[in-house]
Design a protein around this ligand. Structure first.
Ligand SMILES: [Zn+2]
Length: 75
C-alpha cells in the first residue's frame, strides 16, 4: 500500500511512497521548512491505487478542501 504524508504547517505533501520512505520525506520537509516544529499533519493511505494515479477524485477533492479549511482556520 502507498502512503502520502501531509505537512501540518503548509500545503506540502509527499508523493505516494512506502510508509518508511514517506515518513523520512516528511521529516526532511520539516527539518528544511519548519525547523523546531514537531512534525505533524496526517497520513493518507492509498488503498485503491497503490501505484498512485487518478482514482478517487471526489474523495481527494474533499480531503483537499478540508485541508484548505484547516489551513485557513490555522491563521
Ligand atoms: Zn510544511
Amino acid at each position: 500500500m502507498a502512503y502520502r504524508y501531509w505537512c501540518g504547517e503548509c500545503g506540502f505533501r509527499t508523493p505516494w511512497l512506502s510508509r518508511s520512505q514517506g515518513e523520512r520525506k516528511q521529516l526532511d520537509h520539516y527539518a528544511a521548512r519548519h525547523p523546531g516544529i514537531e512534525p505533524g499533519g496526517h497520513v493518507e493511505a492509498n488503498r485503491k491505487n497503490p501505484d498512485g494515479g487518478v482514482g478517487c477524485l471526489p474523495a481527494m477533492a474533499v480531503v483537499v478542501l478540508l485541508l484548505l479549511v484547516a489551513a485557513a482556520w490555522h491563521r
